[in-house]
Design a protein around this ligand. Structure first.
Ligand code: ZN
Ligand code: ZN
Length: 373
């Protein structure tokens, strides 16, 4: 009798189950650490939300531990090399022994700073569950989930998410000090009194306008380009590739984007809605999906619009700087959106190193070749 799946397919599925099991198991252990040391590892602003929905998060954790066990066992069963399978089972066991779904805090003291490990775990889980099937259903280019460079991108993703509070402080405090003179409290009260949906669109437009020029400067000023080249160094476009950015690039962009929000004094609800929306949209425009959005693409940045920004094809260089509103590029003459997709992605004359540390150090090193401006 012929087996249900061929040997090659079984090995391939076994490898994927092993890597997925190790990744999910690592997230489970990190989630356990968040339950055990919330004061150190959980973003302070998010803690009331977790308390209100504790049952859901505990159930998610239990389900994830069970999935890790199954993936690990599957991999160990399918492959001759048991390393990934056993590691996944080991991680699931560790998460279970750390308290499983019933883990309670070991320390809970008030602290000025905390990491955002919860934010990293949840965002990776939610975005992965959303975008991996999406990229399968509407594939633009055939690609693997664990393609070249994914570990580097994951490290960038980790730093920008787990370090969210530090990044916020590092960007907000200098702006608050430098622009305190521009604040008019009565004017801010009027701004915050507007309907939330209107404030949402106002933030979108104003931040995009600032971001457009900051982004353009990062392309045109050679010293800044060295930092921004990291974001453009990815040869593959997918949901994880968008997180590849140098820390200096992230800090400068967030700080300057925060200026109009701080000076005008928008209501927190509008700011949070904006942040949730753009963090999803920023991932979406990098995704390996073939969505074209006819009509809407003339106003809003789509995957096609931003894929052109990442191209190394001559016709697309230094085009499409807008983050969300593509018509801003039309206003300033940098719009490029033909009726076909770009052929290649990446930088033109040189390639930054592949490792995360190498990319972090890259702008500070002497370069033999001149970057394109
Ligand atoms: Zn760029
Ligand atoms: Zn990008």
């Amino acid at each position: 009798m012929r087996p249900l799946v061929s040997r090659a397919t079984r090995i391939d599925l076994g490898k994927r189950a092993g890597v997925a099991g190790v990744l999910l198991g690592t997230l489970c252990v990190m989630a356990e650490l968040c339950f055990l040391f919330p004061d150190v590892l959980v973003a302070r602003d998010a803690r009331p939300f977790y308390h209100e929905n504790l049952g859901i998060f505990r159930a998610m954790l239990q389900f994830s531990i069970a999935c890790t066990f199954i993936l690990g066992a599957w991999s160990a069963f399918a492959l001759r090399s048991k390393a990934h399978g056993l590691l996944a089972i080991g991680l699931a066991t560790a998460a279970f022994l750390m308290g499983g779904a019933a883990a309670e805090p070991l320390t809970d003291r008030p602290r000025a700073f905390s990491a955002g490990l919860d934010y990293f775990v949840l965002e990776l889980l939610v975005l992965g569950l959303l975008f991996i099937p999406m990229e399968r259903a509407w594939t633009l280019r055939k690609s693997k989930i664990f393609r070249r460079g994914w570990q580097t991108d994951l490290k960038h993703f980790f730093v920008s998410h787990a370090g969210v509070q530090l990044i916020s402080f590092a960007t907000m405090i200098p702006v608050q000090v430098a622009f305190a003179w521009a604040v008019r409290l009565d004017f801010q009260a009027q701004v915050a009194a507007q309907p939330i949906w209107l404030q949402f669109f106002e933030i979108l437009f104003l931040v995009d306008l600032v971001s457009y020029w900051v982004h353009r400067a990062f392309h045109k000023v050679p010293m800044l380009w060295k930092f921004h080249a990291i974001h453009h160094s990815s040869l593959h476009m997918d949901w994880l590739a968008g997180s590849r950015s140098h820390l200096v690039d992230v800090l400068v962009n967030r700080a300057l984007g925060f200026v109009p929000i701080f000076v005008l004094g928008f209501a927190p609800a509008a700011i949070y809605a904006y942040l949730a929306f753009v963090s999803f949209h920023a991932v979406y425009i990098h995704a390996n999906v073939n969505h074209r959005w006819p009509g809407l693409r003339h106003i809003i940045a789509t995957p096609e619009f931003h894929h052109w920004h990442h191209t190394s094809d001559e016709e697309g260089l230094d085009k499409n700087f807008a983050v969300f509103l593509s018509f801003i590029d039309r206003m300033f003459g940098t719009h490029h959106q033909p009726d076909y997709w770009p052929r290649r992605y990446g930088t033109v004359k040189f390639q930054p190193p592949e490792s995360w540390l190498g990319q972090l150090a890259y702008p500070f090193r002497r370069q033999r070749e001149t970057p394109y401006g």
